[in-house]
Write a protein that binds this ligand. Sequence first.
Ligand SMILES: C[S@@+](CC[C@H](N)C(=O)[O-])C[C@H]1O[C@@H](n2cnc3c(N)ncnc32)[C@H](O)[C@@H]1O
Length: 240
Amino acid sequence: MKPVTPYNSSESKKEQVAQMFDNIAFRYDFLNSLLSLGIHKGWRKKCIRLIADKKPKYILDVATGTGDFAIAAMKLKPVKVIGIDISEGMMKFGREKIQKLQLDKTITLQYGDAETCDLPDNSMDAITVGFGVRNFENLEKGLANMLRMLKPGGQLCVLEFSSPQHFPIKQFYKFHFKYITPTLGKMFSKDTRAYTYLPESIKAFPDNERFTAILEKVGYKNASFSSVGLGLAAIYLAEK
Ligand SMILES: C[S@@+](CC[C@H](N)C(=O)[O-])C[C@H]1O[C@@H](n2cnc3c(N)ncnc32)[C@H](O)[C@@H]1O
């Protein structure tokens, strides 16, 4: 099956995804808050609470974008947080935020692809990914590379949209993604495709039980998920 990609071009999904996020970076934080009415912030906080027990000191935030997950991870009092992303445009805004918050001694954002990032084996206590895995070109390759970088016993926490199954959220979600998201997205980001790619990529993503099965297949242990936002998103936890 042809993968869902942002643009109808001959470039790889990865190149198109990086280009799309470069295009919308200047409006990303604003549109995130507008379209979700700020709910996404609470979801990241919940993820951080879920990995707090093991007191992770070295944290990798994959697909860090404008750095919100990396910033949220500061609650854990880590020694180091590294954020990686394939969109320099997104990280530019992230670095500005991190500098303003005077967190730049602990958080570093650097170019890196989930699938090929070459940080050492067994080097991370925890890895977080917020709304990133859906955009990977090769999902299993990205998950396997993250497993390689985790220390034994280290935790992976993935936050990703899912497709709600129940009334009335299912109907609200369909309406929102058909009319509200593309209209506001186009109006503010000037990228006509980014906010129609969003619902298409969520629909194509193997969510909930299917994603936990992929985590186990790749080699993670104790993979589990919990729905948040009445099924609008899910938090996946797994261990090395
Ligand atoms: C929706 S944004 C999420 C940003 C941030 N994690 C958050 O929670 O708001 C998705 C990000 O994933 C990045 N991305 C997509 N594929 C990637 C890959 N293979 N490796 C690293 N980053 C990737 C994109 O460039 C984009 O910045």
